[in-house]
Design a protein around this ligand. Structure first.
Ligand SMILES: Cc1cc2nc3c(=O)[nH]c(=O)nc-3n(C[C@H](O)[C@H](O)[C@H](O)COP(=O)(O)OP(=O)(O)OC[C@H]3O[C@@H](n4cnc5c(N)ncnc54)[C@H](O)[C@@H]3O)c2cc1C
Length: 430
C-alpha cells in the first residue's frame, strides 16, 4: 500500500516535453527528524512546505515518484475561484456566513497563484481569463443564477456573454453563451509546480523523491515510514490527493479516485488558434463529465474531458478525445493529437473540499474534486497557519460535513458510476 497503481503515468504529456529543469532529489535513507513531515510533492504539499519553511520550521517532503508527478503536473491548468461544487451547495452545508468566508478565501487562492508566479519568477505561461459555457437552456438558467448569486451574496463580478459575443470569443456553435471571469486564468501546471518546488528548496525544505510512504505511525511524535527510512516529526501533513492509499483508511473512504484525460493537438499556429479562441482564455462547460480546454503557449489546443471511474486507462482514448474536441470545434477535423495523457482527481461525495486534522498532530487536505489548481495553494497555506497555531480558518473548512462513500472501498466505484450515469443521462437529455 502507499500509492495507487497508475498506468497513466506512462502516458505522454505535453507538459513533460516542455518541463523546466528539475534536479532529481535523493530518496529518504535512515532516520531523520524534522518539525513537519509532508506526504506528497504536489501543489498542496509544496505550498504547505514553503509557508512553514518561511516561518523558520524544519520541513521535509516525501514524494513517492518525483515532484509534480501527480495531478499537479498533469492538470488542465485552469486556475479558478470556488471549489469542486457550487457555492450554493457550500452555503447549504455550512450556512451563509461560513460560505462567504470560504468563497473569499477561494479568491485568495487565485491571487496566491499570481503572487507566487511573480514573486518566484515562475515561467509557467499564466494567462488571464476563464469562461464557463452552457450547452443546454437549463445550464443558461443555472449560470445566470450563479452570476446573480456571486454578485449579490459574494460581491464577485463576472460578465455574461450572449451567444453572439461568445461565438466571437469562442468559435463554437455548441454553446449558448458564456460566463466570463477576468480574474481566473490558466497556466502550465507542471512548470508552476516545479517552480514552487524550486522556491521550497530555496527556502530550506528538504525533498525526498522515490520515497513512497508505506505507514503513518500515529504517536506524540508521528513518523512517516518508507521502505528505506523513517521521518519523525512534531506534525504530519497528508497531501497525497487521489494517489495515496492505505495510509489512513478513514480518509481514503471519503474520496474516490476518478480518471480525467487531456489531448494536446499538434501546433495550429497563432492565427488559427485565435480564430477559435480569440483572447487566449480557458474554457470549461458545466456538464457533470465536463469538457475543458485552452490554448498552449505554442498554439496547441489542450482539450480535456472524458471521466472514468476505475483506475484503468479507458480504451480508445485518443479517438474519444478527438471526437470530443471536434464536437466543440468541427473546424479541427484535420488536426492530429500529438499527446494524450490523464490523471486522477480526488472526488468527495459532496464535491466540497475535505481539509482538516485527525488527532492533535496530523493534518490533511483532499477532496479537491477536480478543482485544485488554485485551491491547493490555499490549502497548503491554511494548514501551515494551523500548524503555527492559528487554526481559525482551517476550523471553518473542518465544519463542512463529509461522509464515507456508501459501501466502503469495494462499493464506492459502482455507486459513483451509477451516480455518474444518472448525471450524464441528465446532461444528455435535458
Ligand atoms: C487530468 C487532470 C486535469 C485537471 N484539471 C484541472 C483544472 O484545469 N483546474 C483545476 O483547478 N484542477 C484541475 N485538476 C485537479 C488538480 O490538478 C488537483 O486538484 C491538484 O493538482 C491536487 O494537488 P495535490 O498536491 O493535492 O495532489 P497531487 O498533485 O496529486 O500530488 C500528490 C502527490 O502525492 C504523492 N503520493 C501519493 N501517495 C504517496 C505516498 N504513499 N508516499 C509519498 N507520496 C505519495 C503522489 O505521487 C503525488 O505526486 C485536474 C486534475 C487532473 C488529473
Amino acid at each position: 500500500m502507499g500509492t495507487i497503481r497508475d498506468r497513466d503515468a506512462a502516458l505522454d504529456s505535453w507538459y513533460a516535453t516542455t518541463a523546466l529543469p528539475w534536479p532529481a532529489q535523493p530518496p529518504l535513507a535512515g532516520r531523520e527528524r524534522v518539525d513537519v513531515a509532508i506526504l506528497g510533492g504536489g501543489l498542496t504539499g509544496l505550498s504547505a512546505a514553503l509557508e512553514l519553511a518561511q516561518h523558520g520550521l524544519k520541513v521535509a517532503i516525501l514524494e513517492a515518484h518525483r515532484v509534480g508527478w501527480g495531478a499537479s503536473g498533469r492538470s488542465g491548468g485552469q486556475g479558478i475561484f470556488g471549489y469542486g461544487c457550487d457555492q450554493s451547495k457550500i452555503t447549504a452545508l455550512v450556512g451563509r456566513e461560513d460560505s462567504r468566508k470560504l468563497f473569499e478565501w477561494s479568491v485568495e487562492g487565485v491571487n496566491l497563484l499570481r503572487e507566487r508566479i511573480a514573486r518566484y519568477r515562475i515561467d509557467c505561461d499564466w494567462r488571464d481569463g476563464h469562461a464557463h459555457v452552457p450547452i443546454k437552456p437549463r445550464q443558461v438558467t443555472e449560470l445566470r443564477a450563479w452570476q446573480r448569486d456571486l454578485q449579490e451574496n459574494f460581491g464577485y463580478e463576472t460578465e455574461w456573454w450572449e451567444r453572439d459575443r461568445q461565438r466571437q470569443e469562442i468559435a463554437s456553435d455548441r454553446y449558448l453563451g458564456a460566463l466570463f471571469d477576468a480574474k481566473s486564468g490558466h497556466l502550465h501546471p507542471l512548470n508552476y509546480t516545479l517552480g514552487l518546488g524550486h522556491a521550497a528548496l530555496a527556502a530550506g525544505v528538504r525533498i525526498f523523491e522515490q520515497s513512497a510512504v508505506v505507514e503513518l505511525v500515529r504517536a506524540n511524535k508521528p513518523v512517516l515510514r518508507t521502505a528505506m527510512g523513517e521521518l519523525e516529526a512534531d506534525f504530519v501533513v497528508l497531501a497525497g490527493n487521489a494517489y495515496v492509499q492505505g495510509i489512513v483508511p478513514e480518509l481514503d473512504a471519503r474520496v474516490m479516485p476518478a480518471g480525467t484525460y487531456i489531448g494536446a493537438s499538434e501546433p495550429i499556429g497563432p492565427e488559427r488558434m485565435q480564430s477559435l479562441i480569440r483572447s487566449d482564455i480557458a474554457v470549461a462547460d458545466i456538464n457533470w463529465a465536463l469538457d475543458y480546454f485552452r490554448p498552449s503557449s505554442d498554439h496547441r489546443l489542450l482539450f480535456g474531458g472524458r471521466a472514468s471511474y476505475s483506475t484503468l486507462q479507458p480504451l480508445n482514448l485518443r479517438a474519444t478525445m478527438i471526437s470530443r474536441m471536434t464536437r466543440v470545434f468541427p473546424q479541427l477535423a484535420d488536426v492530429k493529437l500529438d499527446h494524450v495523457w490523464g490523471g486522477y482527481v480526488d472526488i468527495s461525495l459532496n464535491r466540497a473540499p475535505h481539509w482538516g486534522r485527525i488527532g492533535p498532530n496530523v493534518y490533511f487536505a483532499q477532496g479537491f474534486s477536480g478543482h485544485g489548481v488554485a485551491a491547493t495553494g490555499l490549502a497548503g497555506r491554511i494548514i501551515a497557519e494551523a500548524i503555527r497555531g492559528q487554526a481559525s480558518r482551517l476550523d471553518v473548512y473542518a465544519r463542512i460535513p463529509h461522509y464515507p462513500f456508501p459501501g466502503g472501498r469495494a462499493l464506492r466505484t459502482p455507486l459513483l458510476v451509477a451516480a455518474m450515469a444518472w448525471y450524464k443521462l441528465r446532461d444528455a437529455l435535458w
